[in-house]
Each structure stands twice: as structure tokens, then as C-alpha cells.
Design a protein around this ligand. Structure first.
Ligand SMILES: [Zn+2]
Length: 196
């Protein structure tokens, strides 16, 4: 089932999300609905707060990035095979030089800006079977995970922009929260009573 994606301005996107356990109700169904919602919106990642749940769960599938011709063959292969559920994730280390990448967000349609982040991360997380992993990621994979991880910490990519950029974007962000935007997937806008 495709779920409405929560738009910029909703307080649920600002909560530090909480850990879940195996007993979380209908978790498999939730994960499957989140995949469907993400693919329907052509996203490469989706975090639970974006569908209204302040829990530490996000999904990443970087396959759409894998045909980027600027990448090496190895990077393309790495991105092509990467589809992962992250539960109760914790980034334990962020290292390397900061680099800029043009980011977007399903909760902030049509806004894209360069964001600086460190290149390499170490993450501890549970997969959908509650098996624990600790892995190191870099490049675009790290980038997508950092973006989704920020969502479960209540942070949006627009928070990381310069004061000038933020001022320039203010009007557009207000419009998004009011639903004054054309978007080709289902969304829920905080300033409206009902989703559409
Ligand atoms: Zn996002």
C-alpha cells in the first residue's frame, strides 16, 4: 500500500525517533508498504518519520544511482546491489574530507541543494530479521545513509545549508508545508487538515 509522504513543516519530521523491537506491530507489512511508497515516488531512501512514524527505521535502495556514468565500474556495481533495511541504526563514526553532493528529499519536493558531508561512515544497525551488523560505507552509499539517518534524528538536509540559502528557500518551504506545490506522488501537508 502506498502511504502518503509527510511534507516539510510537520513536527514528526523534527522528532528524535525511538528504537523499536521485534514486537513492533505489523513490522513486515510496514516495511513492505515503505518500499512500495519509496519506489512509487522514485526515491532512493525513505525514513519512517516521512510516513508519520517517529521510529528508528529507514530503507535504502541506491540502484537508480548505479547507471551514473561519472562513477567507476566498481562504484556502479556497489550501488546496483545495495538494498537494505536499517533498524535502530547508530552512526558510530564519520571520517574523511567533506564533499558536496546535490541532495533532494521526498518530503521537500523540487528543492535540490548541495550539501557537505564527511565521506566515510561506520554504522551499527539491525536488518529486517533483527540481525545486527556493523559496516563501513563511503561515497554515494554513505551519502544516502547519512541523509536517511538524519531523518531519524529529526534533521533535514535544508538545516545544513548556509544562512543565506535558508533565507532564499524560506518561501518555497512555506509553500510546501501548505501544499502549494505540484507533486506526482501522494503527500500529507501539515498546514492542511487532510491529505490528498
Ligand atoms: Zn529525505
Amino acid at each position: 500500500m502506498i502511504l502518503p509522504i509527510i511534507a516539510y513543516g510537520d513536527p514528526v519530521l523534527r522528532k528524535v525517533a525511538t528504537d523499536i523491537d521485534k514486537e513492533y506491530p505489523k513490522l513486515n507489512e510496514l516495511i513492505s508498504n515503505m518500499w512500495e511508497t519509496m519506489y512509487n515516488a522514485s526515491g532512493v531512501g525513505l525514513a519512517a518519520p516521512q510516513i508519520g512514524l517517529p521510529i528508528r527505521l529507514f530503507l535504502v535502495d541506491t540502484t537508480p544511482f548505479s547507471d551514473d556514468e561519472d562513477l567507476t565500474k566498481d562504484e556502479q556495481l556497489q550501488l546496483k546491489d545495495f538494498k537494505q533495511v536499517f533498524i535502530n541504526a547508530k552512526i558510530t563514526e564519520e571520517t574523511g574530507d567533506e564533499w558536496a553532493f546535490n541532495e533532494g528529499c521526498l518530503s521537500i519536493p523540487d528543492v535540490r541543494e548541495d550539501v557537505n558531508r564527511k565521506g566515510t561512515i561506520q554504522v551499527t544497525y539491525l536488518d529486517e530479521n533483527f540481525k545486527q551488523h556493523t559496516k563501513t560505507f563511503d561515497g554515494l552509499l554513505a551519502r544516502v545513509i547519512q541523509h536517511e539517518y538524519d531523518h531519524i534524528e529529526g534533521i533535514l538536509f535544508t538545516d545544513k545549508l548556509s544562512a543565506l540559502k535558508k533565507r532564499m528557500l524560506k518561501g518555497r518551504l512555506t509553500n510546501i508545508s501548505k501544499g502549494k506545490i505540484i507533486v506526482d506522488y501522494r503527500m500529507k501537508f501539515p498546514a492542511l487538515k487532510k491529505g490528498r
